[in-house]
Design a protein around this ligand. Structure first.
Ligand SMILES: [Zn+2]
Length: 329
């Protein structure tokens, strides 16, 4: 099956009250770990590349790695640009085989965001590619995107109708309290769960999400910065020489709740980084004499697969929906 756009994915996700996982890919082991989990669970998946990933791995390598995954696994896959900073980057991905792009104009004033997003939408739609846009700003750091906590702001529900209708975008990333990176909140912003000892952040603003849903019923909503910073992997990293103090993510029960609403796409990057690092650190601690990359990248890839399977089953709810999406794609 060729790469598909996100259109059929979002339609089925909305009808079935689940979300599609959008996982960031940077190299072969990450692509393999994600897609082998998705294939076993017959789940659709969005593989996304940031500008930083294209800088690191080169556009051609990423596109061909994803195409290879499609030859090996019979599941629906969309290839998406994460946080396209400008028209030129979006255009080069559209011309270079991506089926979906995000244009992130969230840091521009409202009217300018509309103008710039619209330009990308016109070019993308003429080439059969979908566009994700963003309103509101998340705090945190991820690759080239960095926003201070005092500059971050929630999406204003009263702006979404005008934004979506004027830009013609296909999905909308919103800010309701998620955040980029593995250190999403300071310990002072959190409360410590007395049973697990895990720091928990303030609840996502489901009231804003509900208000947005009321304004644009059925329109696909996207959550960025939605890693859970799974304590298991942070613990493995710290037990084997790492120093990740007070890393905090979004609790998975909140993400599960969001996936059942208008949220059709949930972005996961930090959790992949943590799983991969946990596998490598644990391996080197146990086998300091090893120096064959296959020895330490195998457990890293296994942890990625385990993580993605967990997300598909327990957070996204997309297990078993591959056939229905392929039928209408
Ligand atoms: Zn993001």
């Amino acid at each position: 099956m060729p790469l598909i756009t996100t259109k059929a994915m979002f339609k089925k996700a909305h009808e079935g009250q689940f979300a599609i996982g959008a996982f960031n890919v940077n190299n072969m082991e990450i692509v393999q770990g994600i897609t082998s989990a998705a294939a076993e669970l017959q789940s659709p998946v969005i593989l996304q590349c940031s500008a930083g990933a294209r800088k690191y791995a080169n556009h051609q390598y990423l596109v061909h790695l994803v195409r290879a995954a499609l030859e090996v696994n019979d599941i629906p896959i969309a290839l998406h640009l994460d946080h396209g900073p400008d028209f030129a980057t979006c255009k080069s991905c559209i011309d270079g085989g991506f089926t979906s792009v995000m244009f992130d104009g969230s840091h521009y004033p409202f009217e300018e965001n509309i103008e710039k997003t619209k330009e990308v939408v016109e070019y993308a739609h003429a080439h059969g590619v979908m566009v994700e846009a963003e309103l509101g700003q998340l705090a945190g750091v991820e690759d080239d995107v960095s926003v201070d906590a005092d500059k971050a702001h929630y999406t204003k529900p009263e702006e979404v109708v005008e934004f979506v209708s004027k830009t013609g975008c296909d999905s909308l990333a919103i800010a309701i309290g998620t955040s980029h990176g593995a250190f999403k909140f300071t310990p002072e912003q959190c409360t410590r769960n007395p049973e697990t000892g895990v720091l928990e952040p303030p609840e996502l603003r489901f009231d804003i999400l509900a208000e947005i849903e009321k304004q644009i019923p059925g329109f696909p909503i996207v959550l960025h910065g939605a890693s859970s910073v799974i304590p298991k992997y942070v613990k493995i990293i710290n037990e084997h020489g790492g120093k990740l103090k007070d890393a905090v993510g979004i609790p998975e029960d909140q993400l599960r709740k969001a996936a059942k609403s208008a949220v059709c796409k949930i972005n996961i990057d930090s959790d992949l980084r943590l799983a991969m690092t946990a596998g490598i650190r644990e391996h080197f601690d146990q086998f300091p004499e090893h120096f064959d990359p296959r020895q330490y990248l195998t457990p890293a890839r296994n942890y990625i697969k385990e993580l993605v399977a967990h997300k598909i089953k327990n957070v996204l709810g997309s297990e078993g929906s591959a056939a229905a999406i392929m039928a209408i794609a």
